[in-house]
Design a protein around this ligand. Sequence first.
Ligand SMILES: O=C(CO)COP(=O)(O)O
Length: 231
Amino acid sequence: ALLGELASSGVAGVECAVCVPYPYLAQARALLDGGVLMLGAQDVSEYAVGAYTGEVSGAMLAEFGCRYAIVGHSERRALFGEDDAAVGRKAAAALAAGLTPIVCVGETLAEREGGVTLAVLERQLDAVAAVLGREALAGVVLAYEPVWAIGSGRSASIGQVGEAHAGIRAWLREHCARPADVPILYGGSVKPENAAELFSVDEVDGGLIGGASLVANDFLAICRAAADAQP
Ligand SMILES: O=C(CO)COP(=O)(O)O
């Protein structure tokens, strides 16, 4: 459904990708081959090669046509013990395999209510910068995903998103060789109804869509909102 619509109507200037679970990569690749939608994975191993049963390396993902790998999604951090340093190593592994890591950062509700949102984002970003360095950092995509807004139906407010994204851009100016090259996506209950407003916020360069991406027409509406928000 996505391919048909995107091929006919297009979304000029917007890069769209689907990040599918590992077992569906081959099937997705066959469907997407040569089309306008790019392919990504939802995770990647921090190890390039070796005996790590169950792990999927960046090279394997590249072989299956992936352009992107999400790293440090809050569910990976909270449920699978991925700490800030491991997220940095995964980002490095993705880059080494020629993939663009989509590095997720975001605060929990307790952290937001405790007034430490920007400090948490900085801590998570510092760990990535410590592994990548200023040059390689320019090759990532960042995604601000407040944990409390993911899958909850409750997106962050325009003000909250603006403050976090401005904070992340300021951090990039200090730590990244080419701070303007790094897109900052917002994720957390993005829907057709709120996409245009969220994409109008300064320093919001796109979205990382969960639930709404499973409904083709909703995802398409969000892609179009991103196209309409082009400067
Ligand atoms: O985690 C997300 C995308 O990775 C966001 O999920 P929702 O859009 O369902 O809140």
